[in-house]
Design a protein around this ligand. Sequence first.
Ligand SMILES: [Mg+2]
Length: 377
Amino acid sequence: MSDLNQRIIGMDLWHLELPVVSRRDHGIGSVEGSCEVVIVRLTAEGGANGFGEASPWSVFTGTPEATYAALDRYLRPLVIGARVADRALIMSKAERAVAHCTEAKAALETALLDLTGQISSLPVWALLGGKCRDTIPLSCSIANPDFSQDIALLQRLRDDGVRLIKLKTGFKDHAFDIMRLERIASDFPEFGVRVDYNQGLSIDDAPACVRDVASFKPDFIEQPVRAHHFGMMAQLRAMIDVLLLADESVFGPEDMTRAAREGICDGVSIKIMKSGGAVRGQSVARIAAANGLTAYGGDMFEAGLAHLAGTHMIAATPEITLGCEFYQASYFLKEDILETPFDVKDGQVVVPDGPGLGIRPDVTKLDRFSVTKAVAA
Ligand SMILES: [Mg+2]
């Protein structure tokens, strides 16, 4: 059955624990051992499937348990029996059915887009407005508390043709951050360097630390202070001549509007897990651009399925100009969940052209890594 008026008859869920290769420290918390994601599969009456991923982080967006409950209990009734064609209606109902839970909404929208693409033989980027680029520069984050392990990662990234890195700062002390910036500048001059504090600085320390780091002329400095410290973000922005990016301060279009009005940033990190899906992520990018601000394709601790959703959004959004950070599938997870590897060549993410998301998850891996699931027999 090829038409989009067919009904959605199934929703399956998997809560996964995915083992990771190393510890990573960020300004707001750490990840060690594994990261947790929730996968949703929608089935239409003709038998087509669409997949989506929610990648929550408890200290940043929310918990996997809340994500799973939002999908299973509060969003499921909006989806079962609805027409595949009615994606905008379903997402607008989702907005009102459960507060926050942006990762659950992103997963739902991704699955609806993938399902629509599978049925219509169109890639998701075509459903989001068409393509503006075939590849996206990849940035990999440097966040290991053991810097010697990150030196090995930097060598591997250099060999792989990656030319952008983001140094995670503010989780130990300022001297550690400066030491790493100096070492990267001297030993790895090929890399464009970005810096991300993930809210790690106090408002007392922020001006001096940010001024020091700005002297290294990174491409940008991201979110030095807590999300709600809009006033300090605006002060730091005025103090330095390096781009200041907002991440945790801006989830959706509503936050972006306020951020632009209050002049807290020169650009924004856009993530479908914060905005609640690619369409709202595109709105964030357009509000930023209309206010003369730039945008970066951020991500959470994701598996390849969420990377794909973000990739299609960036492929269809010319306002996101600073590349992406979809590195976890290739450099952080011990094993990703996709049937074929998330495609990165010469430091660039390759935008897929196949139907839907372009690559499917391996369902045997979803079963193998799941801690909880609700899958129809
Ligand atoms: Mg960030």
